[in-house]
Design a protein around this ligand. Sequence first.
Ligand SMILES: NC(=O)c1ccc[n+]([C@@H]2O[C@H](COP(=O)([O-])OP(=O)(O)OC[C@H]3O[C@@H](n4cnc5c(N)ncnc54)[C@H](O)[C@@H]3O)[C@@H](O)[C@H]2O)c1
Length: 265
Amino acid sequence: MSARTAVITGGANGIGLAIARRFLAAEFNVVIADVDDQALDAARALDAGRLVTVVADVGDPEAMERVRRVAVDAFGSVEVLCANAGIGGSSPVSAAADLDRWHRVWDVNVFGVVHSINAFLPELRASGGHIFITASRTGLVATPYTGAYGASKFAVVALGEMLAAELAEAGDDVAVTLLCPGAVRTELASHGAAGADADPRQAAVHAERWKTAISADELAEHVHHALTTRQRYVITHPVTIDWMRDRLEAVAEDARRGPTVVGES
Ligand SMILES: NC(=O)c1ccc[n+]([C@@H]2O[C@H](COP(=O)([O-])OP(=O)(O)OC[C@H]3O[C@@H](n4cnc5c(N)ncnc54)[C@H](O)[C@@H]3O)[C@@H](O)[C@H]2O)c1
């Protein structure tokens, strides 16, 4: 049996569940932490020997500390953290902000990642491990009508990039990979905050995205591949790179027009 252990938040459904299946197939021990106890019950059928499930809310730092204790008690060490739990909750920024929704989305999508890193970084430093953060393409290129969700994904991309730089500077052998998929066929929208996709323009943007959706298993295969390459970004849809290039060129073009560019450096 492999000594390696992966902890996956939000692993009871969708992308997290596919990643759990992929890691189990690769002989990892797996710990799934999720708020959905019914889906956790179903997930337990995946494996009786190397899978532990924990009901835990990533928005609660004490709950994440409990997940760490459960993982270490069960398997001794942790080599991989997948900070994957997330909820939808898109809305136009130009509409009056539903503050409850903004807080809910940020509590899970941003603070959930912060709490997961806080709880597991010491273990990962000790094991020379790997952190996967499920961000999104909407964290690399601003997507109108994604509001709280899109902004939360930009925040976790920045968080992951800063973490990687800090770890490298400290000489810590911990890899950081940001998952930046386009659409993935899961139930994210129906699990999302109430009111998501209420705006017809927003629904049209999402319908367009769905045309190129990939399966969660395909993304899980990318994740498993990134374990060996230790690459910083997993980009599933090549058009993302074109959009990023367009964005950067627009920024550079604007900078050249104003007095913001001083000297040559
Ligand atoms: N589906 C997509 O198109 C897509 C695209 C890019 C990024 N993502 C991201 O992928 C991740 C997984 O989403 P998914 O598409 O598999 O959706 P999903 O709804 O199928 O799965 C999300 C899981 O997170 C769990 N969860 C929600 N809140 C939680 C909390 N507070 N604590 C612990 N667990 C919690 C849910 O119970 C669920 O099991 C999310 O971060 C999402 O933003 C999804």
